[in-house]
Structures are given as structure tokens and as C-alpha cells.
Design a protein around this ligand. Structure first.
Ligand SMILES: Nc1ncnc2c1ncn2[C@@H]1O[C@H](COP(=O)(O)OP(=O)(O)OP(=O)(O)O)[C@@H](O)[C@H]1O
Ligand SMILES: [Mg+2]
Length: 269
């Protein structure tokens, strides 16, 4: 049953959301690296930071001080050109917020803001749009999934049971019969840690099997397991993107994830 009138986004072929009910599990890290990997493969990629209360994409891409300008190419007035970095076209409310100040908006304002981010940006000729969701199942997520045509969702979780409960709620919101976004699969992040001195060992710091358990519950594949990598946090602290493309193990993980996304969208066409 189709309950909501969902609008396809002009200029965008495929839209993928990266979600989890839980905060801090790596949604932005996965979104950013998936976007960079797809761009590296030659696709035209957009990344929307839908986390309007705690936008981290401008920081990850080191473009915090940039501001999208009004587009002269768009044939509609008031459209913004996205910021481009590493071959990815980005827009985020983080570009418009005062640095260091938190955004305090009630539901309807948040819903309007997220709608504008999608509809007032000149997304010209995009193959894949990746949407980095905020944690939880609030107004922003509900607006985005009710209003726009989304091809599929990737759910990120860490292996522990606590993270799983929230990820489960987030997944249920996406897949319920009114919203009905197809689940591509689960990505388990921070799966283990391998010290440099012991390259053959895996320490399961946050437990084991959480990603597989969630994937089994929703009958979808576990798409990837991403280990804890020291540089990810270190680079984020310096306001720089961790690029999986510079790490041979993670490059492979994200290339496989990108291939799954492409195959999923092709099949859906
Ligand atoms: N595999 C990893 N190894 C090490 N650090 C990681 C890894 N994945 C993410 N991190 C770090 O964990 C923190 C949270 O990651 P990230 O911001 O991607 O999560 P999030 O789910 O988007 O968080 P939020 O819910 O606040 O939006 C960041 O500091 C990030 O650099
Ligand atoms: Mg985030």
C-alpha cells in the first residue's frame, strides 16, 4: 500500500540512505567513504548531510568554512550549488550554522530545513545520492522518507547488543508498511581491532555478531564488517576525511559495498 506521495528528486537517478537508530556508530564515516568510493569509480555522486542538529560531513570533508552559492546554472531562482570535494557534491545545514553554535529547531522547522536542502540544491546529473541520516527516528528522518523517493537503505550498527536495539528501531521505521524503503543490508562498524604489532589477531572490543544478528532479523545480507582503525578518529579530530581509498583493506571493503549498491540500483530499475 502506498500511503505517501513521494517526489523523485530532479537530476538524481538513485538515492540511498545510510541510517541507524543509534548515534556514533559510524553513519557519517560510512556515508562519506561510500560517496568517495563511488566517485572514484567514475559515478557522479551527491552527499546530503541530513543530520541538521549535529552535521559532521563539512568537518569530515574539511570544507567547514565554505558556503554554497546561489546557482547561476539552475533555471529556477534561489537554487544553491553544492560544495564539491573529492569528486562529491555536498550540501549540509552545517554550512549555514554558526560555527560552534548548536541548532535548536522544533519539528516543523527541521522538516522545512531538510526539505529545502533536498529541493533547493541544484543536483545536476547525479548517479547516486547518499543521505547521511541523524541518529534516532525523529522529524528529519520521517520527513525525508515520507517526501522523497528513496531507492534503498543501509543500516549501520556496532556489534554490541545495546547498539542493536536502537538500530532495530531505526530499521523498523524504514521498513514499516507505510514507508517501505527496501533494505540493502547491514554494515557492522568497529567490528574488531587489530594492533599493528599483531597483524594476525582480532580483538572484539565491542562484542561479536551484532551485524549478522540484525541482518538475519530483517532477512538481508551483512554487507561489510569494518574494523576499528586508529586513523579514522585521529583524522576526524583534525577535521579531515578518513579516505578508505588510502587504506588497502578498507578500500576493498568500500569497493565491495559500492558494487552492491550499484547492483541493487541496477536491479531495481
Ligand atoms: N571504523 C572506525 N574506526 C575508528 N573510529 C571510527 C570508525 N568509525 C567511526 N569512527 C569514529 O567514531 C566517531 C563516530 O563516527 P561517525 O561520526 O561516523 O558516527 P555517526 O553514526 O555518524 O555519529 P552521529 O550519530 O553523531 O551522527 C567519529 O569520531 C569517527 O571518526
Ligand atoms: Mg553522523
Amino acid at each position: 500500500m502506498k500511503v505517501f506521495d513521494k517526489t523523485p528528486l530532479e537530476g538524481v537517478k538513485h538515492t540511498i540512505v545510510v541510517a541507524s537508530g543509534k548515534g556514533g556508530v559510524g553513519k557519517s564515516t560510512v556515508s562519506a567513504n561510500l560517496a568517495m568510493t563511488l566517485a572514484d569509480k567514475g559515478y557522479k555522486v551527491a552527499l546530503v548531510d541530513a543530520d541538521i542538529y549535529g552535521p559532521s560531513i563539512p568537518k569530515i570533508f574539511d570544507v567547514e568554512n565554505e558556503r554554497p552559492c546561489l546557482s547561476v546554472k539552475a533555471d529556477k531562482d534561489g537554487m544553491m550549488d553544492p560544495i564539491q570535494k573529492y569528486g562529491v557534491k555536498i550540501n549540509s545545514l552545517g554550512f549555514f550554522a554558526d560555527k560552534g553554535k548548536s541548532i535548536v529547531w522544533r519539528g516543523p522547522m527541521a522538516s522545512n530545513a531538510i526539505t529545502q536542502l533536498f529541493t533547493q540544491t541544484y543536483w545536476d546529473d547525479i548517479d547516486y545520492m547518499i543521505i547521511d541520516f541523524p541518529p534516532g527516528t525523529g522529524d528529519i528522518q520521517i520527513t525525508a522518507v515520507q517526501k522523497f523517493e528513496i531507492d534503498g537503505a543501509i543500516v549501520v550498527t556496532t556489534p554490541q547488543e545495546l547498539s542493536l536495539n536502537d538500530a532495530r528501531k531505526g530499521t523498523e521505521m524504514l521498513t514499516n508498511e507505510n514507508i517501505h524503503i527496501p533494505l540493502i543490508g547491514v554494515v557492522e562498524n568497529m567490528s574488531w581491532f587489530t594492533p599493528l604489532q599483531h597483524p594476525d589477531e582480532k580483538y572484539f572490543i565491542f562484542g561479536k555478531n551484532g551485524g549478522q544478528t540484525l541482518a538475519d532479523e530483517f532477512s538481508v545480507p551483512l554487507l561489510a564488517q569494518i574494523p576499528l582503525i586508529k586513523e579514522v578518529g585521529e583524522l576526524a579530530e583534525q577535521g579531515k576525511a578518513f579516505s578508505a581509498l588510502d587504506n588497502k583493506d578498507l578500500k576493498l571493503v568500500f569497493e565491495q559495498l559500492a558494487e552492491v549498491v550499484v547492483a541493487f540500483c541496477e536491479e531495481k530499475k
